[in-house]
Design a protein around this ligand. Structure first.
Ligand SMILES: Cc1ncc(C[n+]2csc(CCOP(=O)(O)OP(=O)(O)O)c2C)c(N)n1
Length: 541
């Protein structure tokens, strides 16, 4: 088989059934293999950044690896914001790419798409990047990449193959995919120390991160046992359902933080507590004096050095929480007050009512979207408000950009979510600014009939920038106001269903119909420029 076919077959052996991407000369053999193999399909984006975000969305929504294939050099560079976002969110995204002909490697002759040290460049951004020089080793190297991608702190990986190597035929042995996911064994002393801290504490808070997404049952049971609130910022939303008595939004979490005496972070960087609730200046190395004690359960030993807890349990979230719960129940603990949690939830809900009109729109979306539907956020007024003003009920149903804060990630990511989960309702909320970063992918949604619903909140501005300039730069508006296309005509010209609404009441039937029709749809919500209440006081201090 060709080197390209070997790469595709090895990806298929590792569970890949869809490859997002754009073909080009160096990687024709790879796409030819996708064409011929019934086990795998391609979804063709209109820009490489779209393909990589689609893979990111598919990975985050399913918890399984997702792949994209793009030409080297400019093609792969176009994917790097998405790769960094996947790295920041610890998502298993597999980048497949090409290279110059092998004899041109490292020569600097300026062959098509040549990039100085492509794998080295990618290796700075993602978990692992390598070249398959000998295609008979494709399965071994791919399996290794999938082991690395899914072991420890998950993250994106990349494999490249030279133009000529990918085109030539080789004797490649087909072998099974990787079945190794490495998990650390747990230090019993750490568990003992953690159980002791828990026994000595009264008001415990659990903070869920993306590393707890697969541990929903265990974390929920642990929170119930302790009677402790479990909160999350972005990536850990839905681990403990926010309609469970212990599941609290970050707005309620902020209220409860005041008299918390022990924080248990599970698969979380604790950005919310130490870089937001204590100011973006934040606390660098360890919790400051006079603040709650901290236990961290994290699979990445480096995390215990980056931000040193009182007790660090290096473990996968399922293993760590299960083992700690056993220790704690044997030792005894104080049960938290359910009234305290309920009161904070009720007060937070009353407080955030002021964030209008975003909250009213989010309430409509929450009411219409099924429990297991996916909401894909964005860096926009409704997206920011959704951090605390949109209840999440199930793991992997709230899709986020993480700390990269990548404007424009939302719409193409949502296409990937819907492509991976065609039976689920998927709603993308974007601003007019962020949507236009990936507007061309309307063509992808239309051509592949990917039935996601995109709600574009059109306030004719980079609204967040505009507010900052109004408030902090004497109203000197630069690059803040936007003249936009007619979004209805835009939808129509792409062959996508279009709606225009201007109130939450009008959104409700439009959204219900769009979800029900299950075809690609764009709903423009007309918002008066500068009219949104700032959501920031519930996100950072
Ligand atoms: C890649 C990237 N570029 C720029 C920014 C800075 N940024 C954050 S929010 C924002 C404006 C967003 O405008 P829009 O999408 O229209 O949403 P709105 O705030 O108006 O609701 C900008 C430019 C960013 N976060 N990421």
């Amino acid at each position: 088989m060709t080197g390209g076919e070997a790469m595709v077959r090895a990806a298929v052996a590792n569970g890949i059934d869809t490859i997002f991407g754009i073909p080009g000369a160096q990687i024709y053999p790879l796409f030819d293999a996708i064409y011929r193999l019934p086990e795998v399909d391609a979804i063709i984006s209109r820009h490489e950044q779209g393909a990589a975000y689609m893979a990111f969305g598919a990975a985050q929504a399913t918890g399984r690896p997702a792949a994209f294939a793009v030409v080297p050099g400019p093609g792969v560079l176009n994917t790097t914001a998405a790769l960094c976002t996947a790295a920041g969110c610890n998502q298993p995204v597999y980048c497949m790419t090409g290279q110059v002909p092998s004899k041109f490697l490292g020569k600097g002759r300026g062959h098509l798409h040549e990039l100085r040290d492509q794998a080295g460049t990618l290796g700075l951004l993602i978990k692992h990047a390598d070249r398959i020089a000998d295609p008979t080793k494709t399965f071994a190297q791919t399996n290794d990449a999938f082991r690395i991608m899914q072991s420890g702190r998950k993250g994106p990986v990349s494999l490249e193959m030279c133009w000529d190597t990918m085109a030539e035929e080789w004797d490649v042995e087909i072998t099974p995919g990787n079945d190794v996911i490495e998990r650390p064994s747990i230090d019993d002393d750490a568990l003992h120390d953690a159980a002791k801290l828990i026994a000595e504490s009264k008001n415990i808070m659990i903070m869920c991160g993306g590393g707890a997404q697969h541990a929903s049952a265990e974390v929920t049971a642990f929170a119930e046992m302790l009677g402790a609130p479990a909160t999350a910022f972005r990536s850990g939303r839905g681990v403990v359902s926010e309609d469970h008595p212990c599941g609290v939004s970050s707005a309620a979490g902020m209220l409860l933080w005041e008299d918390t005496d022990l924080l248990i972070g599970i698969g979380s960087r604790l950005e919310m507590q130490y870089m937001r609730w204590m100011g973006m200046g934040g606390f660098l190395d360890a919790p400051p004096e006079g603040t709650p004690k901290v236990i961290r359960i994290d699979i990445d030993p480096q995390e215990m050095i980056r931000f040193k807890p009182d007790v660090g349990v290096i473990a996968d979230a399922v293993d760590g929480v299960t083992a700690l719960a056993e220790k704690v129940s044997a030792r005894g603990f104080n049960t938290g007050s359910s009234e305290r949690i309920a009161a904070a939830k009720a007060k937070a809900r009353r407080d955030i009512e002021e964030i209008q009109p975003q909250l009213a729109y989010l309430d409509v979306i929450r009411a219409v979207l099924p429990r297991d539907g996916r909401l894909v956020g964005e860096l926009c007024q409704v997206g920011f408000t959704s951090y605390f003003g949109f209840d999440v009920y199930e793991p992997r149903t709230y899709i986020t950009e993480g700390y990269q804060g990548t404007l424009g990630f939302g719409f193409p990511t949502a296409i990937g979510v819907k492509a991976a989960l065609p039976g689920k309702a998927v709603v993308s909320v974007t601003g007019d600014g962020g949507f236009m970063f990936g507007v061309q992918e309307l063509a992808t949604a239309a051509q592949h009939n990917i039935g996601l619903v995109t709600i574009v909140f059109n306030n004719s501005s980079f609204g967040n920038v505009r507010r900052d300039q109004q408030q902090r730069f004497d109203g000197n508006l630069i690059g803040a106001n936007l003249d936009n296309p007619d979004f209805l005509k835009l939808a129509e010209s792409f062959g996508v269903a279009g709606y225009r609404v201007s109130s939450p009441d009008e959104l409700r039937p439009a959204l219900a119909k769009a979800i029900d029709d299950d075809v690609p749809a764009l709903i423009e919500v007309v918002v008066e420029r500068g009219s949104e209440t700032s959501p920031w006081k519930y996100i950072m201090r």
